[in-house]
Design a protein around this ligand. Structure first.
Ligand SMILES: [Zn+2]
Length: 179
């Protein structure tokens, strides 16, 4: 359990991100779940930047968190600090276009061919999923922003495996990249 300032606690409660139970603030999302995704992505990508191939140690969300992208194995690749920082919140296609880079990672190359649909799906999914599916503070902040004033109308926690079953042609990547 980590301490939380009263102001932060109040903010979390107001945003629908937490409940107060017996004087303890219980978060409705799972900020530490991000760690296991991080480990799985690093294991799969062997610390090699998906963009330039140099050693990397950061996680790059293909659909940005700000657009509803989740910390999941099928939405994350390893990136070096330089690529991750210069891409910032841009979509992968915009970054590839601006830099003229041909990504090395097969998942990233596949993503670029389906980007528009995947971003749309992520934005729709953000509006439908419960806050308990958020795996980091950043995801929870985006969720709260998108669900302003209607947090309690969102259905309660559902059991969702960490890596959801993928559909259609993504299954190919799913099999290739599972650690
Ligand atoms: Zn790089």
């Amino acid at each position: 359990m980590t301490p939380c300032s009263p102001a932060k606690a109040e903010e979390n409660l107001l945003l629908g991100l937490a409940d107060m139970v017996d004087g303890t603030l219980k978060l409705r999302y799972a900020p530490m779940a991000y760690r296991s995704v991080f480990r799985a992505v690093v294991r799969r990508d062997r610390l090699q930047c998906a963009w330039c191939g140099t050693p990397g140690s950061t996680i790059d969300h293909l659909v940005p968190v700000s657009r509803g992208g989740q910390s999941r194995l099928d939405n994350c690749v390893v990136a070096c600090r330089s690529c991750n920082h210069s891409r910032n919140n841009r979509l992968p296609s915009a970054f590839a276009h601006a830099t003229g880079m041909t990504p090395r990672h097969e998942l990233l190359r596949w993503f670029l061919q389906h980007e528009e649909r995947l971003v749309e799906e992520a934005e729709e999914a953000l509006m439908k999923r419960p806050v308990s599916h958020c795996r980091s503070k950043e995801e929870a902040a985006v969720w709260a922003q998108a669900h302003r004033g209607q947090a309690l109308a969102v259905p309660p926690a559902l059991d969702e495996p960490l890596v959801t079953r993928l559909k259609g042609d993504l299954r190919v990547n799913h099999e290739l990249y599972l650690p």
